[in-house]
Write a protein that binds this ligand. Structure first.
Ligand code: 13P
Ligand code: SF4
Length: 328
């Protein structure tokens, strides 16, 4: 279905967003991978764990989620009485797509002695089939609380699962999903870039494959990488995650230089998340005006998914969203 773009000529979109934010008693949440203009007008910018916490505790009537669908779904699971809108409902995630619920259910049934530790980048149905949800900033804290003799299925991100498995010397059955954005970094181009900047450390997200993570001086969630950028000794950092996070780094530490790690073409543009990029100011304005596209979840499914999310929020307490995966 082709949706005709709305004619917004003559409308001051930013002023209208401000008016509607107050009129609707709305809170605007944005992930670090959103366009700078969305980050700049958000009430809160954060990583997946921080955004889940904000969504659970806000007293706003409307949550306008500038992120992807599984994030808006999480907000609705945790705050069912609020209206949750996502500027573009097609903002999905390759990890979510890689893990159809019926296949995940069959996988679980084939391994009845395993618990499912599941990355938050998945559908509500998969959350409902899981025991504990993790984000990249809470995964380490949570994994350490699971008894060593407990067998674990980790999905859907095989790179995050593989990273945890190697770091903790703990075998896990890995679901074979990947993030297409982090998968696109090129080791050859990264090494060329490091040769040009021999004193610059590399910070990588654990969604990156091992041939990227193995070169990193720091591995962590988006908020962890941001924290590392603020505290590292040098003045230049190579950033191996979605490049829109560099906006927050430039705002926080304008004197330092941040270089996006390159993709196979030597250009970091192929590492822009195509799903996150669907959201823009105009769609946010329309979402606040029309209170649509709205996220709705059937109540039985919501309650089932909430159990594994609540477990995460309990087990992650103390995790302040600062990249618990930490330095390697
Ligand atoms: P975090 O912000 O939790 O690090 O997640 C990264 C990501 O890929 C979100 O889709
Ligand atoms: Fe999904 Fe990767 Fe985009 Fe995050 S960056 S939303 S994991 S495709």
């Amino acid at each position: 279905m082709t949706v005709m773009p709305a004619d917004l000529s003559g409308i001051d979109v930013r002023a209208e967003i401000e008016r509607l934010r107050k009129e609707r008693n709305a809170v605007i949440l944005a992930h670090y991978y959103q366009k700078p203009e969305l980050q700049d007008l958000a009430d809160f910018v954060g990583d997946s764990l921080e955004l889940s916490r904000k969504a659970a505790e806000t007293d706003a009537d409307v949550i306008a989620f500038c992120g992807v669908k599984f994030m808006a779904d999480t907000a609705k699971i945790l705050s069912p009485d609020k209206i949750v809108v996502l500027p573009d409902l097609d903002a999905g995630c390759s990890l979510e797509d890689s893990c159809p619920p019926e296949k995940f259910r069959a996988f679980r049934e084939a391994h009845p002695d395993h618990i499912a530790l599941t990355y938050i980048n998945c559908s509500t149905e998969v959350k409902a089939l899981s025991d504990v949800i993790v984000t990249s900033s809470s995964a380490e804290t949570i994994l350490q609380q699971i008894p060593l003799d407990q067998k674990i299925i980790f999905g859907p991100d095989r790179h995050l699962g593989g990273y945890l498995s190697r770091k903790f010397n703990r075998e896990m059955l890995l679901w074979p999903g990947v993030c297409i954005v982090h998968e696109a970094f090129s080791e050859t181009e990264l090494l060329k870039l490091r040769a040009q900047h021999p004193n610059a450390p590399i910070a990588a997200h654990p969604e990156c494959p091992p041939h990227i993570v193995d070169h990193a001086d720091y591995v962590g969630s988006t908020s962890g990488i941001l924290q590392y950028a603020k505290t590292m000794a040098g003045d230049t950092l190579i950033v191996a995650t979605e490049p829109h996070i560099i906006h927050q780094m430039q705002l926080a530490i304008p004197d330092k230089t941040f270089i996006g790690a390159p993709g196979a073409d030597g250009n970091c543009n192929c590492n822009i998340c195509p799903y996150m990029a669907l959201n823009n100011l105009e769609k946010l304005y329309l979402a606040l005006r029309d209170l649509t596209p709205r996220v709705e979840i059937e109540e039985g499914l919501r309650l089932a998914a909430k159990k594994s999310l609540d477990r995460m929020l309990d087990m992650a307490s103390g995790t302040i969203g600062q990249g618990d995966l930490g330095s390697r």
